[in-house]
Design a protein. Structure first.
Length: 630
């Protein structure tokens, strides 16, 4: 088939006109919603109700959304096509509704309880976060033995195992969890009816007596002091760690989950509800409330993190690719907003850098100490064409990004060389996915795309060659790449191909051709692409029967990057996007629009961004026009 360029331009115009009016006065875009399922809604209800903080309207609103997302079989799911429901999400939903005032005898509660038992009960929960949140409110039995004691906080960085060997994302959750695991509170209410289970938590955690524990206990024996003294020192250090990472909005590292755990931990230590740390944290959580764009009645939900910086950077870059100049008022205002959000102080990321200098960007507006590589390249793309007064910021961002390259040649998310194999052996659910921060194909590819397209670097530069070689070494046998922070193999393959093309790798490279052939092999009859969140846990590509706008845009952009002329596969994918571009009304209804495409915690939390179905199709169509439009 042959597309007419005026059709492509019409699609570009539609998306530009959808995005421009939604810019805020400060230059940001706040499309308002990062959907992470019901996990944060349930955690917020159990926190507020167990604290007896009077928020009846908020509790009722969160309860309404949780109820609206219960499946006909009584279970809750973490993505729409999850086959049998999710034990962790169903347990969270069941108990949160009880805390919100629902009787276990109501029909929807009976269905939830039956679904949870059908899924295997509490013993089948495989999310450590869920176990901690339920144990804290008295609905999951605390183990007598826990594999990581609070005294981990005291081990020096010279020890084989120490706190800072865990990833930054893990640490801000672990610090309050270590306190909770040590104090074992039970902040329940008399009205809550527990759910009995045939297995105890003790049986579940007493596993894997591996070499990491020998290293760990050897290090513990070298600490001076009796048990009570060491416990208090470790408690003080955990509290200090949290306090030093509280952002201006009162949240811990700008994560709702970490903030909720922090409040529970402070309560376990005797802090009252009106203590400034707790009061500010609750206010911060309330600022993360928004309406759910995927529901007909736009019910209220609590985001785990807000995305103003990320959305603004992506949208500004896509609009510039679509033809808006740096002098356009929308681009200029967005640039000034992004420049104001460049980090000005050092954070934990500095520990792996020889001569650390600030200069990165974070995901959310109040994030000032936890920059990441993906947001930094996104911001740098958006400010690339700004006038000379942005040059110093661009240079700082570039130097920060280069300093974050891992020793293996790739790039990780938040920190450098935080990938100890000892940590991946810790017997905690999700340790291999969340406790380390390794180089990943998606982040390495996205970094190369920026460095090649905008910094004009190629594989003739030695460190770029190392990164390209790292990518080739991590390609899957079928030709795809796994993407850690998106769903999943389409995402990773898009990032790798666009990155390799940008640094001047030949489109005829055998591994690039294998990746192209893989994309051709998974294209749907309608021209689109779609991948299930199942891929993330099965660690192999699992197709989604339907195509999605976002994944089609990624695949299309990848194919454009390595073809000098449009192919049939490219034109079919482009035609799919043009047919399915959402109107304002359709955006709320279509699975092609609202299917989760962001990775957070594999098997527990996936994200759907309100901005994605607009941004990524716009960028792909703009690249089609600029490359094939003469």
């Amino acid at each position: 088939m042959q597309l007419e360029l005026n059709q492509v331009q019409a699609g570009i115009n539609l998306l530009v006109n959808r995005l421009l009016p939604r810019q805020q006065l400060d230059g940001s875009w706040r499309l308002g919603f990062v959907d992470a399922g019901t996990s944060t809604d349930t955690a917020a209800i159990m926190l507020l109700q167990s604290m007896q903080v009077p928020k009846p309207k908020l509790i009722a609103a969160l309860r309404e959304r949780i109820e609206s997302m219960q499946g006909a079989d009584g279970a809750w799911r973490i993505y729409p096509n999850e086959a049998s429901g999710n034990a962790a999400a169903t347990a969270e939903g069941y108990f949160a509704l009880q805390f919100a005032g629902k009787s276990p005898n109501e029909p929807l509660m009976k269905r939830a309880r039956a679904a949870l038992l059908e899924l295997g009960g509490l013993s089948r929960i495989d999310s450590l976060l869920t176990k901690f949140l339920l144990a804290t409110v008295g609905q999951y039995r605390w183990p007598r033995w826990f594999p990581v004691p609070l005294t981990l906080m005291l081990l020096p960085k010279s020890a084989p195992i120490h706190f800072f060997r865990f990833s930054g994302y893990a640490r801000v959750h672990m610090a309050p969890m270590l306190i909770l695991g040590d104090r074992k509170p039970s902040f329940t209410l008399p009205s809550i009816v527990p759910l009995q289970t045939e297995r105890s938590a003790d049986e579940e955690v007493r596993v894997q007596q591996g070499s990491w524990q020998r290293h760990f206990h050897y290090s513990l024996r070298r600490l001076d002091g009796d048990r009570l003294q060491l416990n208090q020192q470790a408690t003080d250090r955990a509290v200090s760690f949290m306090q030093e990472r509280i952002e201006a909005d009162g949240t811990l590292y700008s994560y709702a989950t970490a903030t909720i755990l922090m409040v529970h931990a402070l309560r376990a230590l005797g802090f009252k509800a009106d203590h400034p740390l707790i009061a500010r944290a609750i206010q911060g959580l309330e600022s993360y409330l928004t309406s759910d764009w995927s529901q007909h009645n736009r019910v209220t939900t609590l985001q785990n993190v807000t995305s103003a910086v990320w959305d603004t950077a992506l949208i500004s870059h896509a609009l510039q690719a679509a033809g808006l100049s740096a002098a356009h008022p929308a681009i200029s205002r967005a640039g000034q907003y992004l420049l104001s959000r460049q980090h000005q102080k050092l954070g934990d990321w500095q520990l792996g850098v020889a001569e650390p200098e600030h200069g990165g960007w974070g995901f959310s507006e109040f994030n000032t100490i936890n920059p990441d590589n993906d947001d930094t390249t996104a911001a740098l793309r958006a400010i690339h064409a700004l006038p000379e007064d942005a040059a110093a910021a661009r240079e700082r961002g570039l130097q920060w990004l280069l300093a974050m390259q891992n020793s293996d040649g790739g790039w990780a998310a938040f920190e450098r060389n935080t990938n100890s194999k000892l940590i991946s052996w810790v017997p905690l659910e999700g340790a291999d996915d969340a406790a380390t921060d390794p180089s990943t194909p998606d982040l390495t590819g996205r970094t190369l795309e920026y460095l090649g397209r905008y910094a004009r670097l190629t594989t003739e530069h030695r460190f770029i060659r190392r990164a390209a070689n790292w990518l080739y070494s991590y390609q899957e046998p079928d030709g795809s790449w796994y993407g850690r922070w998106g769903v999943c193999y389409i995402y990773g393959t898009w990032a790798a191909l666009t990155g390799l093309a940008a640094v001047s790798e030949s489109p005829q490279h055998p591994q690039i051709r294998r990746a192209v052939n893989w994309l051709h092999s998974i294209q749907h009859e309608d021209g689109g692409f779609g991948e299930s969140c199942d891929s993330d846990t099965k660690k192999r590509y699992v197709p989604l029967p339907a195509s999605t706008l976002v994944q089609t845009a990624w695949a299309l952009d990848a194919l454009i990057a390595v073809h000098d002329a449009p192919t049939d596969a490219i034109d079919r994918a482009c035609a799919y996007l043009l047919r399915e571009l959402p109107t304002e009304h359709q955006q709320q209804l279509s699975l092609a629009v609202r299917y989760p495409n962001g990775g957070a915690l594999p098997g527990y939390m996936y994200t759907a961004y309100e901005s994605y179905p607009l941004v990524w199709p716009l960028l792909a169509l703009a690249h089609y026009r600029s490359k094939y439009g003469g």
